[in-house]
Every structure is written in structure tokens, then in C-alpha cells.
Design a protein around this ligand. Structure first.
Ligand code: TXA
Ligand code: MG
Length: 355
């Protein structure tokens, strides 16, 4: 299959212009006909298919090499599209939708029969998200059906934060890639389960626990997110897989910044003396303090989006550069710290060194 890439420029991203964009219209046709289109969202690039068409959903699993028990998120473009796919919308869901939709929040509801088990991995619930990215939102609107979309990467690789990452993984396996440039957030959406009991966060993201609690009161966090005990089964089936695994072994070094820098420099020296190629994930503030290795600046500690946005791309870079070992500083930033560290810890297989 030849994968067509269509670039959407910044100045083309108004709703009016997008609705007439030939690339978007073609993408919507592909989706209606059961094909696959990768598209930008504010979190990561998604791999879309008609969520109500079981055969189309199956193609997603095949293209990604994704285990079929791992359910897909159904993406909608406006609130009017929600009642068609969910049995009931609890009060908490209404309030969260009002505050954070469209945006980087996914909510889990009891599903209606129209949503096939092929989309929900056999579950009676469906995860729903309404992206705010203008290209994503308009594409879903034009397709006229909810769009199932996991991150557009090969299963096990870091989620794609630009069209080139999608091409790396899925070229020749899908009909089209809409290239809307690099994403703004760079980590997948927050997932909150509203299908039973106290609302529970199954995956941390840009919208953190405090932001949810400001709107709906008490929430819980799935224990599996907070623990490094792989024996605890996460409630989001996809969270159990070892995601984001770089080819090199990654270690997070935690502690006072001066000690962290000194420790990484020491490890660097040792590694290089042994003939190893070492990667370092540093911040803008500290990058110049490292005395060797392949240093990548993730972003500034005073701008957490600059950190979240570059994390997956840096992990991909280190795969390409074929480093043997990676050392990373830790990034416990105020709003997204939990989400950033959740992804980084998974990539590190929970290898942490305290100094
Ligand atoms: O930001 C995002 O959410 C991106 C963009 C493309 O929207 N999508 C994304 O999808 O991250 P994916 O498939 O990579 O991750 C979906 C996660 C998986 O961990 C899956 O197990 C969980 O959501 N999930 C989906 N439906 C669920 C359900 N009914 N119950 C529990 N977990 C569910
Ligand atoms: Mg994913």
C-alpha cells in the first residue's frame, strides 16, 4: 500500500478552511470506507478508523501489531455525538465535559450496543475523547462517525509526536497521514473511569488529579500507576504493556540537581571508558554541565510543556543513534509531573538511582 502524506499548514487550520481542504475531505472518505488515516491531535498522533465498523477496527490492530484485548478510544467532535454511543452520562461526566472538552481528557462510560466489541476489546464500556486539535476535530466531523484512534505507533514504541514518527512506524500499512506539524502536549490523554464507583484515573496526563477534583470532587488513582510492582494489574488494559521501551537501558537519576549532574558525569566517564555510547536526557538549565556523551535537551524546567512535548521524540532519537545506555534527570514538574514520570518510569522499566 502506498501511504499518502498530506501536509496541513498552520494558516489552513481554521474550521472554515479545513472543511473545504481536499486532503481532509479525502481522509474523511477513507474513514467512511473502512480505511485507516493517521492524524494529529493535541496529545499525540492517532491512527483512526470508523469506531462502529468492527472490520475497520481490526485493521488498526493489524497495522500496529497491537494485542486485540487492548481497547480503543472512540473520538467524537461535539457533545451531540456522545449519546449515540454511551448508555448513560453520569453527572460527573457532564461536568468534566463542560470544563475540559474538547481537550486531552478521555472518559469511560457504559457502551451502547452500536459500539462493537472489536473496538472495546470485549468490554461493556467505551472510552471517549473529544480532541480540541482543529484538524482532528474537523476530520471526525467530516467523517460523520466516531473515530477509534490509538496512538499511531507500532505497539511498544513511543507514541508519535510528529508525522515523521508515524511514517517511521506505519509507512505502507495505512492509507493516509495528515501532517499537522508537531503536537502541543506530547503525552497521551488523561483517562478517567466513570463507569462505576468513585471516578478513577487510569492514566495520568495533562489534566491532573487536582484539576479533575476541582470539578467533580473526590477521585482515585489506579494503584497500578503509583506502584512499581508489576504484579498489580492496571484497570486500563493497555497500561500493562511495557510501553515506550527504548532499545538502550534507561536509568533515571534522582536527587538534588548538583548531585544528579555529578553522578551522571561519573557514570558517563565510566561508560565511555568501557567503549559505550551514552545518552543523557538533560534540561535547558543543566545541559551544558555534562562532560561528554550524547546530550539531548528535553526542555526547560520553567516550561513543563516543553518537557512533555519532547520526551517521546528523544527516546526515538536515542534508538536511531544506537546508544548503549541512557541516563535521565527526573522531571517532577507541578502540573504534569505525574504524567511525565509515569511515561519515563515505564521507559526505564522502573530503574531509578537515588543520589
Ligand atoms: O491522547 C490519546 O488518548 C491518544 C490520542 C490519539 O487520542 N490515544 C491513545 O490511545 O493514547 P491508546 O490506544 O494508545 O491508549 C488507550 C488506552 C489504553 O491503555 C487502553 O487500554 C485504555 O485506553 N482504554 C480504552 N478503552 C478502555 C476501557 N473501556 N476501559 C479501560 N481502559 C480503556
Ligand atoms: Mg498507545
Amino acid at each position: 500500500m502506498n501511504t499518502k502524506v498530506v501536509r496541513i499548514k498552520e494558516e489552513e487550520k481554521t474550521r472554515e478552511t479545513l472543511e473545504k481542504n481536499p486532503g481532509l475531505l479525502e481522509a474523511a472518505e477513507i474513514l467512511k470506507n473502512g480505511g485507516l488515516v493517521a492524524f494529529p491531535t493535541e496529545t499525540v498522533y492517532g491512527l483512526g478508523a470508523n469506531a462502529l465498523n468492527e472490520e475497520a477496527a481490526k485493521k488498526i490492530y493489524a497495522a500496529k501489531g497491537r494485542p486485540s484485548d487492548n481497547p480503543l478510544i472512540a473520538h467524537i467532535s461535539c457533545m451531540e455525538e456522545l449519546p449515540a454511543i454511551v448508555k448513560e452520562i453520569p453527572e460527573a461526566g457532564r461536568k468534566l465535559a463542560e470544563k475540559y472538552w474538547p481537550g486531552p481528557l478521555t472518559m469511560i462510560f457504559p457502551k451502547k450496543d452500536i459500539v462493537p466489541y472489536g473496538t472495546t476489546g470485549g468490554l461493556d464500556t467505551v472510552a471517549v475523547r473529544m480532541p480540541v486539535d482543529p484538524v482532528a476535530n474537523c476530520l471526525i466531523h467530516l467523517a460523520g462517525v466516531p473515530i477509534a484512534a490509538p496512538s499511531a505507533n507500532t505497539s511498544g514504541r513511543p507514541s508519535p509526536t510528529c508525522a515523521a514518527h508515524v511514517q517511521e512506524d506505519l509507512d505502507g500499512r495505512i492509507e493516509m497521514i495528515l501532517d499537522g506539524g508537531p503536537v502541543g502536549i506530547g503525552l497521551e490523554s488523561t483517562i478517567v473511569d466513570l463507569s462505576e464507583g468513585v471516578p478513577t484515573i487510569l492514566r495520568p496526563g495533562y489534566i491532573n488529579q487536582q484539576m479533575l477534583e476541582e470539578v467533580i470532587g473526590k477521585t482515585e488513582i489506579d494503584r497500578a500507576i503509583l506502584s512499581d510492582d508489576s504484579g498489580i494489574k492496571p484497570k486500563a488494559p493497555g497500561m500493562k504493556y511495557r510501553h515506550y521501551a527504548p532499545k538502550a537501558s534507561l536509568t533515571i537519576v534522582e536527587g538534588e540537581q548538583e548531585k544528579v549532574t555529578a553522578k551522571i558525569n561519573e557514570l558517563l566517564k565510566e561508560g565511555e571508558a568501557a567503549g559505550e555510547k551514552i545518552g543523557v536526557i538533560a534540561s535547558t538549565e543543566t545541559a551544558a554541565d555534562y562532560l561528554g556523551g550524547v546530550v539531548r535537551t528535553i526542555g526547560s524546567r520553567s516550561d513543563e510543556l516543553s518537557i512533555s512535548r519532547h520526551l517521546f521524540g528523544i527516546l526515538r532519537d536515542f534508538d536511531t543513534l544506537q546508544v548503549d545506555r541512557i541516563y535521565s534527570e527526573s522531571f517532577e514538574t507541578p502540573q504534569m509531573g505525574q504524567a511525565i514520570m509515569n511515561r519515563l518510569m515505564k521507559a526505564a522499566g522502573h530503574q531509578v538511582m537515588e543520589v
